[in-house]
Ligand binder design. Structure first.
Ligand code: ADP
Ligand code: MG
Length: 460
């Protein structure tokens, strides 16, 4: 049998370690940590090679993105094989935690719909309703790996960060609900950082709930804390959190956290805490691209049993680009209106109803606004940006502003040029390309543009 052959060939693991080293050099530490660290290679006598991965999602992802790389790496390491497969195996946690009667019993309990356990979760925030796209693929895969085997993967803690309305709470709750229904964790706690803080304050200041406060975190198997940026500046809470956090990690209990920005960018946050995050996986969620936005709209419409014409899906997805919450908001508006008026949801209805959201956004991110924030970032006045001078301390900011205008508005190159002292459309295009190229070489410029874009995204 294949399994027997495979188990005899454990000796091949060591060459895999050297392959992994090469893979690390090729893909970089971030991808390596996410996709390769927990993999193994097994090879049988008939030349069948298996790359073992934590779950089916990993298998599909690695196969799609890294097959060629793995082929080449194996060949150059002199490992010959006839076939190569990616196989999900949950071996890590089976070894650590063999399925005993106790666990089965605990799982049975977890599966029973205890109201208090369900109470902390929104029933719609599950994996079934979550749409996976380029923007959240990594966060989704890592979260699923964690949900399937809390505390048994290298993603501990798992920190997911990203702008508002991009699905962080949804993912955290999906992990919790999955772990409960599948019985991979017995005691699951989901809290926002504010709830954590309040409970802590209740305990310290009012000496209330002290036993339950501690007991709660002593027995938790999976702790999900949402929006940890609100820990900022709260020294006492942070210390307490750090204590609980460390103990849980020592006991191989799973911790998942979310933040609206990169953890190291949270002001007044203990360095110890941030450093501890490095031992796990920090991954981000980006705003969804057009394809994902359309898929999300279709999914939501399907959940609501709503027939949504394709042109309506395209119209909304094309115009509402900032975050999923706003996308959903438009859909809810359409549903509400069609149920009041009995009208079908047509493109005209959508244009009429969603027009205000779209024009508000266009008003917010105007050419003037982009000129203003760019000028501020470079200590110039907006008028100076348009002035006719070739000094680099003006031409560079001007090009950045043009770059942002082209990228973030729907204005034509001509209108943008006009707004910059009547310049030609080709100047705008040239500036756009120049900034694109220069950002790849000039770190400081890249950082500046990125921080401007974050600012824009936050009001988009
Ligand atoms: P965040 O916590 O990042 O601010 P949420 O998790 O509250 O965002 O998401 C906002 C809304 O968008 C929720 O209703 C959520 O269900 C939905 N949403 C976000 N991302 C997705 C996705 N990929 N698929 C389906 N729904 C999503
Ligand atoms: Mg949230």
């Amino acid at each position: 049998m294949l399994a027997n052959n495979l188990s005899q060939s454990l000796a091949t693991i060591s060459p895999w370690q050297s392959c992994l080293q090469k893979i690390l050099e090729k893909v970089g530490p971030h991808s390596y940590e996410t996709w390769f660290r927990t993999t193994d290679l097994l090879l049988d006598n008939d030349g069948r090679a298996q790359i073992q991965v934590p779950n089916q999602f990993f298998a599909d992802f690695i196969e799609e993105h890294f097959t060629t790389l793995i082929h080449e790496t194996l060949c150059s390491a002199g490992i010959s094989f006839k076939t190569l497969k990616f196989v999900p195996v949950q071996k890590d946690w089976k070894i650590v935690q063999p399925i005993t009667e106790e666990i089965t019993e605990a799982r049975a309990k977890a599966i029973s719909p205890a109201a208090e356990k369900r109470g902390q979760f929104h029933p719609n925030y599950t994996y079934t309703t979550f749409v996976v796209g380029e923007s959240n693929r990594m966060a989704h895969a890592a979260s699923l790996a964690v949900a399937e085997a809390p505390g048994k993967t290298s993603f501990n803690p798992l920190v997911i960060y990203g702008g508002t309305g991009l699905g962080k709470t949804h993912i955290l709750q999906a992990i919790g609900q999955f772990a409960q229904t599948e019985g991979t964790a017995d005691h699951v706690i989901y809290l926002t950082s504010e709830e954590f803080t309040n409970q802590y304050i209740n305990y310290v200041v009012h000496k209330k709930d002290s036993t339950s406060f501690y007991k709660k975190f002593r027995t938790v198997d999976l702790l999900l804390i949402d929006d940890i940026q609100f820990f900022s500046g709260k020294v006492g809470t942070q210390k307490e959190f750090f204590r609980i956090f460390n103990r849980l990690l020592l006991e191989n209990k799973q911790i998942v956290l979310s933040s609206d920005r990169q953890p190291e960018k949270i002001p007044d946050m203990m360095e110890h805490i941030i450093n501890r995050f490095m031992g796990g996986l920090i991954t981000d969620i980006q705003p969804p691209n057009l394809e994902t936005r359309m898929a999300i709209l279709r999914k939501k419409a399907e959940i609501d049993g709503l027939a949504l014409p394709d042109e309506v899906v395209q119209f909304i997805a094309n115009n509402i680009t900032s975050n999923v919450r706003e996308l959903e908001g438009s859909l809810i508006k359409l549903i509400a209106s069609s149920s009041f008026t009995g009208r079908d949801i047509t493109l005209e209805v959508a244009q009429e109803l969603c027009g205000d959201v779209i024009s508000r956004k266009e008003e917010r991110i105007s050419l003037k606004y982009l000129q203003q924030i760019t000028a501020d970032a470079f200590n110039l006045s907006p008028n100076q940006l348009s002035a006719h001078t070739r000094r680099r301390d003006v031409t560079l900011p001007r090009s950045v502003a043009m770059y942002l205008c082209k990228k973030w508005t729907k204005q034509s190159l001509r209108s943008i040029g006009l707004e910059f002292g009547g310049r030609d459309y080709s100047t705008v295009l040239h500036s756009f390309r120049k900034i694109e190229t220069e950002m790849t070489e000039n770190k400081e410029l890249r950082r500046k543009v990125e921080s401007l874009e974050k600012l824009i995204a936050s009001i988009a």
